[in-house]
Write a protein that binds this ligand. Structure first.
Ligand SMILES: Nc1nc(O)c(N)c(N[C@@H]2O[C@H](COP(=O)(O)O)[C@@H](O)[C@H]2O)n1
Ligand SMILES: [Zn+2]
Length: 350
């Protein structure tokens, strides 16, 4: 049996594939509300008809107008219509990164416009149609599937996450290169033109879930979530990079060496690892999915600042996150400052 996605109504599942789905597309400083509006306007030479279709309140109205003026459709329309459709469908996804990510997330499933009204663009309702729109969508998917940032992570699903601070929307991603599962916890509405308050939080099972006082992770996690809720919106990225990228069991080995006197950097190195093995490049995929172009970044870690900048994201402001200093992590925090360049105030690590 073929693995197929059938789409039709924009409000149904996979409705984003439909040309009737809202997806602003800017061409020559003009914003078309849907690919359907653009497609129908191109049938005509008369600028007044084009303008009327552009102004249509809904894609259905744009469609009906094109039928109303059927006798004025340009002579070569049947020869060029497929190229016009290919162009506007490509632009729809290029200009709406979230939609491009969702398209890539359909994997290699067959995409079929299940339309009983149309046997050229759709499947004709009984599967006998040409499904030309589905084929174009699969060509466009093929293009984005091989292109960064769309090939860095694969979005799977989202759900509510109520917490003691407020209810976040939790987005689940799979990192393509490693298969690791990462989260973005989004609070409030993100405005693409306003930098959100964000944190890239690397997994620390012992600190985040087991209340360890050996490090500052759990304390930073709570404060970051609280700060995001107080700011009204923002994102906590929960990255599955346990133990600065060496994994939980190796982190326990490193802790064992630290119990015998090594500092956090020496312990990693004695185990044959670099001081910090984390690679943040996949974060660009999650940031692009959320349409984030600039941020206020909660961190003390200069490597995270560089990681965000090298993802092409502007850091409007770095927000220090100095939390949880205690007798058990005094040396750890001092080593982070001295050897890993963490930016702490003097009073925080005295
Ligand atoms: N390898 C290793 N050795 C230690 O001594 C540690 N405390 C950790 N902790 C891990 O570091 C990450 C958090 O560091 P940042 O605050 O983001 O710089 C997190 O993955 C912890 O599990 N690792
Ligand atoms: Zn920790």
């Amino acid at each position: 049996m073929i693995d197929e996605i059938k789409f039709y109504e924009p409000q149904d599942s996979y409705g984003f594939l439909s040309n009737f789905a809202p997806a602003p597309i800017t061409l020559s400083d003009v914003v078309w509300p849907t690919s359907e509006h653009y497609y129908h306007a191109q049938k005509f030479v008369d600028p007044a008809i084009q303008q009327q279709i552009f102004n249509a309140e809904t894609p259905d109205e744009a469609f009906n107008l094109s039928r109303q003026y059927a006798d004025q459709v340009k002579d070569d329309w049947m020869e060029v219509r497929e190229a016009v459709m290919r162009y506007i469908v490509f632009e729809k996804f290029r200009q709406n990164p979230r939609l491009a990510h969702l398209l890539v997330s359909t994997g290699d499933r067959v995409l079929t416009e299940h339309s009983h009204k149309d046997a050229f663009w759709g499947d004709g309702g009984d599967g006998s149609g040409r499904n030309t729109l589905g084929k174009i969508l699969m060509e466009v998917r093929n293009y984005f599937s091989n292109k960064e940032p769309y090939n860095l992570v694969h979005f799977v699903e989202s759900a509510k996450l109520p917490t003691q601070w407020g209810t976040f929307q939790m987005y689940g991603f799979v990192e393509q290169a490693t298969g690791k599962e990462h989260l973005a916890l989004v609070y409030g509405d993100l405005d693409p033109d306003t930098p959100p308050l964000i944190r890239l939080h690397s997994e620390c099972l012992t600190g985040d879930a087991l209340f360890s006082a050996r490090c500052d992770c759990g304390f930073q996690l709570s404060r970051a979530m609280e700060n995001i809720v107080n700011a009204g919106s923002g994102v906590l990225f929960y990255l599955r990079q346990e133990g600065r990228g060496i994994g939980l069991i190796n982190k326990i080995r490193a802790y064992h060496l630290q119990d015998q006197g090594a500092d956090t950097v020496e312990a990693n190195e004695r185990l044959g690892f670099a001081a910090d093995m984390r690679d943040y490049s996949f974060c660009r995929g999650m940031l692009s999915f959320l349409n984030i172009k600039s941020v206020n970044l909660m961190t003390n870690n200069p490597r995270k600042v560089r990681a965000i900048e090298s993802a092409g994201i502007k850091i409007e402001k770095r927000v220090p996150l100095q939390e949880g200093n205690n007798p058990h992590n005094e040396n750890y925090l001092k080593t982070k400052a001295a050897k890993l360049g963490h930016m702490f105030d003097k009073e925080f690590i005295k």
